[in-house]
Write a protein that binds this ligand. Sequence first.
Ligand SMILES: [Zn+2]
Length: 399
Amino acid sequence: MGPPVSAAFPPLNAPVTSGRDRNILPHPPGPSKDSFVCSPLRCHPNPSILPLTKSSKEIFSIHKPTDRLFYQESLRAWLPPHILDCHAHVGLPGHCGPISPERRKAIWAIEVGLSQPWEELRANYQLLFPEQRVSALVFGGVYREIDIERNNAYVLAGLSSPENDAHALLVTRPERPASTIAEAMQQGFLGIKPYPDLAPQGMEQAGIFDFVPRSHLQVLNELKGVLVLHLPRPGRIGDPDNVRELLELSDTYPSVRLIVAHIGRAYCLPTAQRGLPHLADRPSIYFDTAANLNADVFHYALETVGPDRLLFGSDLPVTMMRGVREHVGETYLNYTDAPYSWNVSRKTPEEEARYTYFLYEELRALISALQRAGLGREAMRKIMFLNTAGLLGITSHDT
Ligand SMILES: [Zn+2]
């Protein structure tokens, strides 16, 4: 059974003891505590010795009452002291060109989170997880309006700042030569983040190998790189062609460290039920939870592929949006109080006043699914840190 949540919560005024509070380090003294991240390619000093810009107390004063209540009463006891987010976007507003009204209408997220400078990512983590240390696997924006090359360069530049506490993937265009991947990995990228919108066929028509060409996969396989894969096609992970290509990819390029984004875009249960069973016996295929807010899908994923293959992903900055999501059959409806062009269906002011961040809603759904599956904080710690750390070859002395 999961932990009895109400009993497990620390008192609201409990002292902060996580690695995120720089005055109280949880490690025993010794030479190992400064040797935090050691991937095959890069090493960071331990960021837990860096100064905080805001204290946890200050953060709590910024939170809206609904955020504070959720964090303190439903989330805090479930979070490990060190979180590893495997899916966040970083970029400057200037990296994006104009977006047409048609595109705004077709892709709701395009209007919500087009840019997130490094400083903003850190500030968002501090706001959302005020007592935890957060490391991240990041990449640039993925839409065709983005200046991908400039955005990649910006991401790479930020990796050298220890306070960013991050690794990164190169956003790739299918037409670029495979040698750019090898060069990028030499510079410090851990792998690639391709995206169907960058294929000439577009989101709806592209197959996996149209936007992740085999030549790219060949190089990635040789270098044992990471691939965060956003599935194409309207049927998402429930599309038999996606399943077939995923299995082929995993068979042909077995050294690629494969993360299927957003649980295969199975935001609704029937989609997950059509796709996940085909991938259940593939222990090398991982799934990130990014921007998925459906407890039924998480529960089904826990039962089908298990807690060892789920990885926490935030999809920041999109999930800083406040609101709720409703799932109806195979579609979902986002409700928010923000003035986006697509936001024409609103709840009552009383309901909107109770909105919190989409990311908190994602975590609420995940915790609810863990409880339903009879799993507790150990499974949460796997999903929030250990699984991704194992996949990326990261060790931490914080946990
Ligand atoms: Zn994303």
